[in-house]
Design a protein around this ligand. Structure first.
Ligand SMILES: Cc1cc2nc3c(=O)[nH]c(=O)nc-3n(C[C@H](O)[C@H](O)[C@H](O)COP(=O)(O)OP(=O)(O)OC[C@H]3O[C@@H](n4cnc5c(N)ncnc54)[C@H](O)[C@@H]3O)c2cc1C
Length: 416
């Protein structure tokens, strides 16, 4: 094997793990480098939803209009860490530009391509993973509302929204009755999606990808990466202890921490940690056949995993490595109590950063100035959904096959 057939993937979240497995399975010699603390990245504590329906771009005039009413100070999920204004201030200006109608329309077009077939890509990737059975459940999901007025407005909004390959139908009384005994009060209305799904448990999926990768001969190094740099025709990875992994080609897939690895190469990237919070309870009374449910008027999602019941919420902009804000967990726990969901009094609390670029599209491609260095980060709220598809696009590039033309919109150089 020549040098250029060796790859290093920096970051072992769902995106990095999926890419490493695909490249190794395609015949490359791959090393994956990650800090080795699984709870650190967004891939650990997310809600596990394969969200094929999320085809409306986040930057849009509608998002701007609703933002004030969603602020944490008003009881909503949206917050900005005051001391990190130097990070989210410039990011927000780019976000405003991406929210203009023409830019939002272009974003929607790209999102539609990205979300063409996430379930199919996951089924293909899971087949390469260890213990492939039951990792991916194409069981759809539900969105419910607590009052008739919220249900009327919510249904109207979804009827006007792009949902890609996912479809939905209004829930009947029988569907809503499934929540009797699980919630204190039956939802006033809801919709049931098909063409979406969930995973058995996000960390279990990541473990299965990494086990499959290692079974095929892939190597994992647990270390902090301090730099990625071009070296002649190739690239290399510098570890915090000063040692160098001479890889040939590199993929930066370090989630919300990716920008600082790319910056020394001359690219300033508007990437923010959009932190979410979740709580998980081993004890619960959520039936196995009740789908992942979004309580839309509470901005809360609940999913049953193999290891327990998880609830997640919040979007808090700031430093990806900042200390968590315990008020956010208490807020989620108060919602669960108000809903009457049986839950532990001392749940496993988690907080982690969604890697979000200012236009809410990921960066996937290879650097124009240093073609041996590739990148796949910025998957925002859709990193679990898109990890398997992203790995397929990276594999196409690695094999030198023509990538779809629309992928050009995801080049990192778009932020120059
Ligand atoms: C509460 C919450 C709920 C969510 N729900 C969903 C959902 O239902 N569906 C969905 O599709 N998405 C969801 N997301 C988003 C999704 O979790 C993320 O987009 C995705 O996990 C990002 O994966 P990643 O691999 O890019 O980054 P990460 O998971 O953050 O992984 C990056 C890895 O790189 C490592 N790393 C970083 N820098 C270095 C370095 N210098 N050296 C070595 N290692 C390094 C990190 O430690 C980490 O292990 C949710 C996110 C949150 C927070």
């Amino acid at each position: 094997m020549t040098t250029l057939q060796r790859w290093a993937v920096v970051g072992g979240g769902l995106v990095g793990a999926a890419i490493a497995l695909r490249l190794q399975a395609a015949g490359f010699e791959v090393v994956l480098i990650d800090r080795g603390d699984p709870r650190r990245g967004a891939s650990f504590g997310n809600i596990g939803h394969i969200a094929a329906e999320q085809c409306e771009p986040m930057p849009s005039p509608a998002t701007l209009k609703s933002a004030a009413g969603r602020l944490f100070g008003w009881g909503g999920p949206l917050d900005f860490r005051a001391r990190d204004v130097g990070m989210w201030g410039p990011w927000a200006l780019r976000f405003l530009a991406a929210s203009r109608p023409a830019a939002a329309a272009r974003g929607a077009e790209t999102l539609a391509h990205l979300l063409q077939d996430p379930l199919g890509a996951w089924a293909r990737l899971a087949a390469l993973a260890e213990g492939a059975d039951d990792l991916i459940r194409p069981t759809g999901h539900a969105v419910v509302w607590s009052t008739p007025e919220a249900a009327r407005r919510g249904l109207h909004a979804w009827r006007g929204a792009r949902t890609g390959s996912a479809t939905f139908r209004p829930m009947e009384a029988d569907d809503l009755a499934a929540y009797d005994g699980v919630l204190a009060a039956r939802p006033a209305g809801g919709i049931r999606f098909s063409g979406t799904g969930q995973v058995s448990e996000p960390q279990k999926v990541r473990d299965a990808l990494l086990s499959g990768f290692q079974r095929l001969g892939g190597r994992v190094i647990h270390a902090e990466v301090s730099a990625v740099r071009p070296a002649a025709e190739a690239a290399e990875v510098v570890l915090a202890d000063g040692s160098v992994v001479d890889a040939g080609k590199v993929v930066v897939a370090a989630g919300a921490w990716s920008a600082r690895l790319i910056a020394p190469l001359g690219l300033r990237v508007p990437l923010i940690g959009e932190r979410g919070y979740s709580v998980q309870s081993a004890e619960h009374a959520w039936p196995d056949d009740l789908p992942l449910t979004v309580f839309e008027d509470r901005a809360l999602a609940v999913a049953r995993f193999n290891g327990g019941l998880r609830a997640s919420s919040h979007v808090e902009f700031g430093d990806p490595s900042a200390k968590p804000d315990p008020r956010k967990w208490r807020h989620i726990e108060a919602h669960l109590k108000a809903l009457g969901v049986a839950f532990s009094d001392a749940p496993d609390r988690w907080c982690g950063p969604r890697p979000t670029l200012a236009d809410y599209l990921p960066a996937i491609g290879r650097l124009q100035a240093h073609p041996a260095i590739h990148y796949a980060f910025g998957h925002q709220h859709l990193g679990l959904t898109l990890a398997a598809s992203t790995a397929e696009w990276l594999e196409q590039m690695a094999l030198g096959r023509p990538a779809p033309a629309w992928l050009d919109a995801l080049r990192i150089e778009r932020f120059r």
